[in-house]
Ligand binder design. Structure first.
Ligand code: ADP
Ligand code: MG
Length: 223
């Protein structure tokens, strides 16, 4: 298995399509999670958002496009169609990662980590200063980005190694939302009754990180 040290525009183009596939596949599960502590629309929202992203990406040729355009096209589609809390959160996440990667047709490990750091900061700000422990998507994204930053210090840890660690951290963060009391978003209206349920946004965020991992692993196996 070869090492993967960069991601190109074509890789990002494919990754967005795979995120769409997983949101389609898990639509019902994500919506069921939201039914327990929200308004039963998270899966519908994510599926609808990424459907439009994929639709809009038909006008983008990954061979002649920068990564910024692909991510901003995705972010704008989410902003336009998702609404509620998730629209701005996921929409700004991808839009700002797109601003960060504007003009670039490939990203190395350092640039990818920087992109995710910017994305995390944007999500936290958009959420109104969301920190880990509040039973949100930040509980999955924050530890994933922490693992990415650690991987930067290890030159032997390529993108497969990095995203494997990040995915594990996101999964643990996602599961850790179960006993939490929600402090942000719709679920926070439930107070104590939000305990005992996994946060839908942390779950979809885990899927997004895992998609990067599965993609780079496959890329390594082919190389
Ligand atoms: P809505 O809450 O508008 O129905 P969704 O159901 O699509 O939107 O998304 C809900 C998810 O959004 C939650 O599970 C949580 O992870 C995330 N979320 C909600 N509010 C915030 C916030 N202030 N900061 C971070 N994430 C949040
Ligand atoms: Mg909802």
């Amino acid at each position: 298995m070869g090492k993967v040290n960069e991601l190109t525009s074509e890789d990002f183009y494919e990754i967005i399509h795979r995120i769409y596939e997983i949101m389609k596949k898990e639509e019902k599960y994500l919506t069921d999670l939201d039914a327990a502590i929200g308004d039963a629309d998270h899966g519908i929202n994510m599926h609808r958002g990424f459907s439009l992203a994929v639709e809009r990406l038909k006008d983008v040729d990954p061979k002649n496009s920068d990564i910024g355009t692909i991510l901003q096209t995705t972010g704008f589609a989410l902003l336009e169609t998702v609404g509620g809390a998730a629209g701005p959160l996921y929409g700004m996440w991808f839009t700002q990662m797109g601003m960060e990667t504007s003009g670039k047709t490939s990203l190395n490990k350092e640039e990818i980590v920087k992109m995710f750091e910017v994305g995390l900061k944007t999500v936290q700000e958009t959420g109104g200063g969301t920190v880990p422990g509040e039973k949100t998507m930040v509980d999955a994204l924050y530890p994933a980005v922490e693992e990415m930053k650690k991987a930067l210090e290890d030159p032997n840890c390529d993108l497969v190694c990095m995203f494997e660690k990040a995915t594990k951290a996101a999964e643990e963060g996602m599961k850790a939302t179960i006993p939490m009391i929600a402090k942000k978003g719709r679920a926070s209206y439930l107070g104590e009754r939000s305990r005992g349920h996994q946060d839908p946004g942390a779950t979809s965020t885990y899927y997004i990180i895992r998609t990067f991992y599965e993609y780079v692993k496959e890329k390594a196996e082919k190389s």
